[in-house]
Ligand binder design. Structure first.
Ligand code: GLN
Ligand code: ZN
Length: 769
């Protein structure tokens, strides 16, 4: 029995839980409401029932404190915008007329009114709606949702803790509203925002909250001294309130760093820290401030954003160390369980011995409860669980799935020359010119063509057994013929097969690579009602057979023009999957890179002269802390080069990324040593072209001249004007003409018209050279 902790038993809690329900009932109900098939009352009833069953499940599993307010019809940052009354001007009437419809209008836009911008929540694949603030913003408190959900949980007899986005993070995530100067700093609104938080906290106290949690993940990013001062002031003032619940300030996704002493000194009653990947740094920083005297520490020792069973012994050791550093230590996941699927037990296709390695939200809850018990009552109280995890961990560590000697031998033998093209860019570019014989300002696309309803039906028919593989392949071939015929007629120079056979750019490859696992029910919210099922990088990665060659070769057989091979790059294959936690990410990336390198080699051998390796995720997995970025970029760019360096000098390697702001990784883009890069640029008026030029980027580039995010068709004049702008930064010998991104979300009519504009623009501008 651990006497030290006997006085205050450790509590088990989580910060948030998957919202969708076991069968994605929430998605179905919301989408039904949008289509007019579900009434608002029915939607509310479904939501209340999902909340109730989630809480009861959590409490039934032994959690001492359940979170409230983390539920959302769309996004918790948008809910915060409603809570503080920061409704954008253009949405006020709609929100006043009908709060629920107004809410969805802010999230999705309407025929006439644009939605809020959506962007990634830190380095996760969850997207939030960006608050729009300005000097005229007036905040008003609306605690209705928070109070109602708290009351629901209390009425069930549970101990409940409301979870709110903290005021500092809310402001740091905001951007200047339309029409407000770009250099407006939302943090300057803190003094106006704090009274609103004070009011909400008072309402929560009145409704029966003993504790409230304020999430401040923005404080795990590098922050200026001024920003840290603002955080200090925020919590000094909130702490000084008399009519409030106890405050738990939560951090996650990384270490608190310089923000830790700030929060440790603040007059709040508790701190929550991430002790998964940043355990060592947070422990050290906690010790450096002499621990959290008089405070509650919630220790996030169970990884809330990955799917592996916890090493309970290791977590208990961390928790044991923490007992000396705070008044009271409670146990949680590192972040909200929103980022993992609901229940591993629902998976039927994963072998039972492998299933034991996994923990989704339900299993993680059980781990947290077990750890709290072990911390309070000693390991004797949890011997069965410890034995079970030890066995699962041993089975994972010794499995041929995680340790394939052939893969290990190959990755171990990678030398410097495997990650280097045989000739430098300047030399191979002339070989490529001679080989490809393209006109100046060559035209191409990013890969996918419209994924029509028929294609999705064909895939569903195949899954359901209504057609056989041969029947399915006939449909894909017919699609490729159509895509090729259109491109030839439109006059594009480098053609693509259109990616009709791909359900998703990561899943398609994950399904074919040995070492990846697929789930049947592993849905995770990406945004709103969109859920994804990320594949699991479970073991050593190898390629059983070519994955794309037949389709590319078939397309090439239909034309004399070069057909570009299309692959998803190693960094993106990791970024949009659940990754291994038992080896460095760089090792996993190297394995994926070798498998893709074989595919690149096979494409080349089959006569493909242009091969594109997409890395749209290169920037989004950039570590939150600047100090961690060089190491990440080193393995990320090396993995790309391993993928692409085995080809002849006259084979042209393309890459593609879809974002317009990449000033912080332009050196890394150069380090990829690709021959051609295509980037999103249409909406920023070729800003990327100027950034590449400013960096002295020596290679060929295709800043997009067609914004594929809307059905709008650019006119030939408009595309030509963008090209002329591009030419001011990049010389004609190195400028490509392409859309911003793939066309899979577009319809055929606008795709045809837009690509015709694009080709016409290239011809016009060539004539001016
Ligand atoms: N080749 C992919 C496509 O065209 C690239 C998608 C992406 O960049 N996200 O669909
Ligand atoms: Zn893209």
């Amino acid at each position: 029995m651990n006497t030290k902790s006997a006085a205050a038993a450790a509590r088990a809690t989580v910060y948030g839980y998957p919202r969708q329900g076991p069968d994605r009932e929430l998605k179905k109900s919301i989408e039904g409401y949008w289509k007019g098939r579900v009434t608002a009352d029915a939607l509310r009833a479904t939501a209340a029932e999902l909340r109730r069953s989630a809480w009861q499940q959590l409490a039934g599993a032994g959690l001492d404190e359940v979170p409230t307010g983390d539920f959302s019809y769309y996004d918790h940052v948008l809910d915060t915008t409603v809570m503080v009354g920061a409704i954008p001007y253009r949405h006020r009437d709609a929100v006043a007329a009908d709060p629920l419809d107004g809410y969805f209008a802010m999230a999705r836009g309407t025929q006439d009114v644009a939605p809020l911008e959506m962007t990634k929540w830190f380095d996760t694949n969850y997207h939030y709606l960006v608050p729009e603030l300005g000097p005229d913003t007036v905040f008003t408190a609306d605690s209705a949702k928070q109070v109602a959900e708290l009351k629901e949980a209390l009425a069930l007899g549970l101990t409940a803790r409301p979870v709110l986005v903290g005021p500092v993070t809310y402001l740091l995530l905001a951007k200047p509203a339309p029409g407000v100067a770009a250099d407006f700093d939302p943090l300057t609104l803190l003094d106006r925002l704090l009274p609103v938080y004070a009011e909400v906290l008072a309402d929560l106290r009145a409704a029966g909250a003993e504790w409230a949690q304020l999430d401040e993940p923005a404080l795990v990013q590098d922050r200026t001294p001024a920003e840290l001062d603002t955080a200090a002031r925020a919590y000094r003032e909130l702490g000084a309130l008399t009519d409030r619940p106890k405050l738990l300030v939560a951090s996650y996704f990384d270490r608190l760093g310089d923000a830790l002493p700030v929060l440790a000194k603040a007059p709040v009653e508790g701190l929550a820290l991430d002790f998964t990947e940043s355990a060592a740094a947070n422990l050290e920083a906690l010790a450096a401030v002499g621990g959290l005297q008089g405070k509650r520490l919630v220790a996030g020792v169970v990884n809330g954003r990955n799917i592996w069973a916890n090493d309970l012994e290791k977590s208990l050791a961390t928790l044991g160390t923490l007992l000396g550093l705070a008044d009271r230590v409670d146990v949680s996941a590192s972040c909200s369980l929103l980022h993992v699927p609901l229940d591993a037990a629902a998976e039927r296709d994963i072998a039972p011995q492998v299933l034991r390695w996994l923990a989704f939200a339900r299993q993680k809850t059980a781990e947290i409860v077990t750890l709290a018990k072990g911390l309070s009552h000693g390991t004797g109280a949890i011997t069965a669980q410890l034995a079970a995890t030890r066995a699962a961990l041993a089975s994972r560590a010794n499995s041929p799935i995680t340790h394939n000697p052939d893969v290990r031998a190959r990755t171990g033998a990678i030398g410097e020359s495997d990650a280097r093209r045989s000739q430098p860019y300047a030399e191979r570019t002339s070989a490529q010119r001679a080989h490809l014989r393209l006109p100046l300002l060559p035209t191409t696309t990013i890969g996918s063509f419209p994924q029509t309803g028929e294609l999705r039906t064909a895939r569903a028919d195949l899954r359901a057994g209504r057609i056989d593989t041969a029947g399915y392949e006939e449909r894909i071939k017919a699609e490729i013929q159509e895509v090729l015929a259109f491109q030839e007629k439109a006059g594009l120079d480098v053609l693509v097969h259109g990616e009709a056979e791909r359900n998703d750019m990561v899943q398609y490859f994950a399904e074919q690579l040995t070492g990846y696992l697929a789930t049947q029910h592993g849905w995770v919210q990406s945004y709103g009602t969109r859920y994804v099922r990320p594949p699991i990088l479970a073991g050593d990665i190898s390629r059983a057979e070519p994955m794309t060659v037949r389709w590319t070769a078939y397309a090439q057989s239909l034309t004399d023009r070069p057909v570009k091979g299309m692959l998803t790059g190693p960094v993106t294959m990791l970024a949009w999957s659940f990754v291994r936690d038992d080896q460095p990410l760089g090792d996993t990336a190297r394995q994926v890179a070798l498998a893709l390198r074989d595919e690149v080699g096979d494409l080349e051998a089959a006569g493909t002269s242009v091969i594109q390796v997409d890395e749209p995720a290169l920037r989004e997995t950039l570590p939150l802390r600047g100090a961690d970025r060089p190491a990440y970029l080193a393995w990320a760019t090396e993995a790309f080069r391993i993928t692409t360096s085995g080809v002849r000098p006259d084979t042209q390697i393309h890459t593609h990324m879809c974002y317009a702001e990449f000033g912080d990784i332009v050196q890394a883009i150069d380090d990829l040593d690709a021959d051609v890069i295509s980037l999103e640029a249409a909406r920023s008026h070729m800003q990327v072209a100027r950034e590449l030029a400013a960096h002295g980027y020596p290679r060929e580039a295709g800043p997009g001249v067609y914004d594929i995010h809307s059905p709008r068709v650019p006119s030939p004049e408009e595309a030509a004007e963008l090209l002329r702008t591009g030419l001011k930064a990049i010389p004609a010998e190195r400028l490509w003409v392409n859309p911003d991104c793939g066309l899979k979300t577009r319809g055929w009519p606008e795709t045809r018209a837009s690509l015709e504009s694009l080709v016409a623009a290239a011809r016009t501008v060539r004539g001016e050279l």
